[in-house]
Design a protein around this ligand. Structure first.
Ligand code: 26V
Length: 815
């Protein structure tokens, strides 16, 4: 018999309905009569997955044939969220799936909510990696995501007595239909041990690393479906396994627990995502995670290259680009050198040239406390050969700098070793010197990088730093999360904007069309009603969907200034009560976000938000004018519900501190107006949306730096502002929980006001009142809302990715 071939899946609803039933029967072992909702979810997922696999295999064989450049995106975090709707929309299966399920009286919208979020990231950096992965597939880049398959993703947040409680997250509890284990793709990863020098007659001496500990990295592949399914890329996540799952000697001698210890120790590397994005805890396990996934990814990249390119590593930079997502994979620079020099026998200079041409690095924060450094002695103990290599690179860089005439202080600024506070390896510097391109994530952030963290490096290598402003994928952040708006735009200008988001500017001219505006605001209202329902269900708080939904959702951080928003909320509460004659506009202040478990001030801010909500929501004197909501457990799925329902987006970080922001983009794309500082990508949003359609206030980055240098305190400002003073007094005097509970937060403002909360309060307050006035004029508000959606196309991650492809990767799109 001839070898049979599988028949590619068909996309009509009848074929789908039949296959869903077959999956239910033969993959899950249920019939429609006994199937539970999660069974249906799995059956649909498997049927949709089959269609993805068809495209995936086709993409993979095209990759091999074209031999085009591969882009490998190394990221410790991929905050991808749910995948079913993304796959259905990108494959164009929405109607077929809906129809197929209606035959069984099953609702796809309901099923979708049962899928767990893949929360393999903390926030902005991890979500950006997920948007980029989807955009690479959509614009036709051979993209590979490399990361870690954490068993437990970002913690689940509950609010108990107003305070954050962290609970373990368990997304793999019922299996993960999206992943494919690739047992044959596994690599050994070493830790510890010794480096020995091998001298052979007639050959230069070689260094050989003999690790004391060896662990296996096993690949799990998830398909990443691009728009229209024309390209399916791979997200490869590494899982740690012991080489010997059971130590037989120990087992046989009766030590059954001891026999498993090594396996547990190995597996612990990929057990949990570190939930901190502000402070480096400096745990050894974190450094192990970083090296583990870096080494596995590089070994995989090299193995693939050797196989496809006749064993010649000199062509690696023509065939592969590796993007380092922040410094978390920066040890890759040293590991690449080790693999090239020690393992594959290339010369040092050639290896260094290859390394620099292959790597590029994205910086995502200037906060000094978030810049990664590791103690030299820890590094040396865990990664002795990589430490030697870092010293060798350092010597070379310092030589270069001295030749160019740099003096002592400047040389120590570029050293890879910080000699100041104990000796530490500077991971940002390592990533910088090992890369041909270094980028910031907004225009302002990139300029600040040049002036601050990388000032000396920039002087030495002025061509290396460039800007790549962030973007968000319009598939997830418009088509998937806002079907109402998607349909309205389609009805108005046709479906072309789905293929090319820049065409959404076609609705700009409709901003003055009363009929269109009304429909636009009707979609907004429906989205607000949906959110109001969730608020009622989860918190038993009733909110009026016609009130202004004023939203701040993001990680809780002092620099993001949720506290400024809360102080304004309290001030507003006071003013509404003392001035009933003023035409206050009804508002719902919505907050959500997680604090790092060890970040005490951030946890206080959450507590305050919940205290303020409890008091204000119970006060009948402001009932229809002000409500405050803290939605627990902010994640990608909750964001998809919130973004389309916002009227006002709060992007109020202390200027100079938010590298870019991406939530700001999601809100504006969905027609929210922004109140924000001149920070991160807000600056560029102002340029695109126009100053009439965005509400900018507060100190600029330069003014913040100047005030900080002067060391001005907040006291004078507070004493001169009765509204601010009143609000701070009620917070510290116990109107919202025990007196003194928030002394720390409030006292900081009287002191050096590091985050410029007192300094920016007046401007923020006044801008909020301008927004109150605007809200009264619903036509004017609606016009601005439409213009926001119409003018946000540039902030698509497709645009970001095309810029990376052209300026950094030199990789073709549409292959
Ligand atoms: C930093 C650290 C510091 C050490 C401990 C573990 C850890 C984990 C993650 C991070 C990353 C923080 C940087 C970050 O998330 N930056 C955000 O990146 C977004 C995408 O570029 C950007 O929009 C946000 O403005 C920026 O805060």
């Amino acid at each position: 018999v001839a070898a049979p071939k599988p028949t590619p899946r068909r996309n009509d609803s009848a074929s789908l309905a039949k296959e869903i039933a077959e999956k239910l029967t033969y993959a899950i072992g249920k019939d429609p009569a006994t199937a539970r909702r999660h069974d249906w979810l799995e059956a649909v997922t498997l049927a949709v997955r089959d269609r993805i696999v068809d495209h995936w295999l086709a993409s993979n064989s095209r990759n091999v044939q074209s031999g085009a450049k591969r882009v490998c995106y190394l990221s410790m975090e991929f905050l991808i969220g749910r995948l079913l709707r993304d796959a259905i929309i990108n494959l164009g299966l929405s109607e077929a799936v809906r129809d197929a399920l209606s035959a069984y009286d099953v609702d796809i919208d309901l099923l979708e909510t049962l899928e767990p979020d893949a929360a393999l990231g903390n926030g902005g950096l991890g979500r950006l990696a997920a948007c980029f992965a989807e955009s690479m597939a959509s614009v036709g880049i051979q993209g590979f995501g490399y990361g870690i398959r954490y068993v437990h993703g970002f913690f689940r947040q509950e609010i108990v007595g107003g305070e954050q409680v962290e609970l373990p997250e368990n997304w793999l509890a019922h299996g993960n239909p999206w992943e494919f284990e690739r047992r044959e793709r596994s690599f050994e990863i070493g830790f510890g041990g010794k480096v020995t020098t091998i001298e052979e007659a007639g050959k230069p001496p070689r260094q050989v690393w003999r690790p004391a500990e060896r662990i296996l990295a096993v690949a799990y592949d998830t398909p990443v479906v691009g728009w229209k399914g024309t390209r399916v890329n791979t997200l490869r996540l590494w899982s740690a396994q012991a080489l010997d799952p059971i130590l037989l000697d120990a087992f046989n001698s009766g030590d059954h627990i001891g026999a498993l210890l090594e396996a547990n120790r190995a597996q612990s590397i990929t057990q949990v995502l570190y939930p901190a994005d502000s402070h480096l805890a400096g745990q050894e396990l974190r450094l192990r995670q970083e090296f583990f996934f870096s080494s596995a990814s590089l070994q995989d990249i090299i193995r693939h290259h050797l196989k496809r390119n006749g064993g010649d590593l000199s062509t690696l930079p023509d065939k592969v680009s590796i993007q380092l997502n922040d410094t978390h994979p920066a040890v890759s620079v040293a590991e690449m050198m080790r693999l090239l020099v020690d393992v594959h026998g290339l010369g040092w200079d050639e290896s260094w040239d290859i390394t620099k041409r292959v790597f590029s690095y994205t910086n995502h924060t200037l906060l000094p406390e978030a810049l990664e450094t590791w103690p030299v002695n820890l590094f040396e103990r865990l990664l002795p050969r990589q430490m030697q290599i870092i010293y060798a690179i350092n010597a070379q860089i310092i030589r270069e700098a001295t030749q160019k005439g740099l003096d002592g202080a400047k040389v120590s600024a570029i050293s890879l070793i910080d000699e100041g506070s104990g000796r530490r390896v500077r991971m940002g510097s390592l990533a910088f010197v090992g890369s041909h391109a270094i980028n910031g994530v907004s225009a302002l952030h990139t300029e600040l990088m040049k002036k601050t963290v990388f000032n000396q490096f920039h002087e030495l290598y002025p061509e290396r730093i460039q800007n790549k402003t962030n973007g968000v994928t319009p598939r997830r952040w418009l088509l998937e999360c806002n079907p109402g708006l998607t349909d309205l735009v389609t009805e108005a200008i046709g479906p072309g904007f789905k293929d090319d988001i820049t065409k959404i500017s076609g609705i700009d001219k409709l901003a003055d069309d009363a009929g269109f505006r009304e429909k636009f605001m009707a979609v907004k209202l429906a989205n607000k009603q949906r959110l109001a329902k969730t608020i009622e269900e989860r918190l038993a708080i009733t909110v009026d969907p016609t009130a202004m939904f004023d939203v701040q959702v993001k990680r809780i951080h002092e620099y993001k200034r949720q506290f400024l928003n809360l102080v304004e909320t309290v001030a507003l509460y006071d003013q509404i009560r003392s001035h009933p004659e003023i035409a206050w506009q009804p508002r719902v202040k919505i907050f959500a976000g997680k604090a790092a478990p060890s970040y005490a001030n951030a946890k206080q801010i959450i507590h305050l938000a919940n205290d303020v909500a409890r008091v204000i929501n119970a006060d009948p004197s402001v009932q229809n004018l002000l409500k405050v909501v803290f939605l627990p457990n902010y994640n990608v799925s909750l964001a998809e519900l919130i973004m389309p329902a916002a009227d006002l987006s709060e992007q109020i970080s202390t200027a100079g501190l938010e590298a870019s922001g991406t939530g700001n983009m999601k809100f504006a794309l969905n027609g929210a107006l922004t109140i924000g500082t001149l920070d991160g990508a807000n600056v560029e949003m102002l340029e695109h949306i126009g100053e009439d359609n965005i509400f900018i206030f507060g100190l600029t980055a330069a003014e913040v730096a100047a005030r900080r240098a002067e060391g001005q305190s907040g006291r004078e400002i507070i004493d001169a502002s009765p509204i601010l003073k009143g609000a701070l007094d009620s917070i510290s005097h116990g109107v919202f929980g025990e007196p003194g509970r928030y002394n720390n937060l409030v006292d900081n403002l009287y002191g050096n006001d590091w985050w410029m909360i007192a300094a920016d309060f007046e401007a923020y307050w006044q801008t909020q009142r301008r927004l109150d006035a605007l809200w009264q004029d619903s036509d004017a508000w609606g016009t601005k809302a439409v213009r926001n959606t119409a003018r946000m196309a540039w902030f698509s991650s497709d645009r970001s990715i095309r810029e990376y492809a052209k300026d950094i990767w030199d990789a073709p799109t549409s292959v």
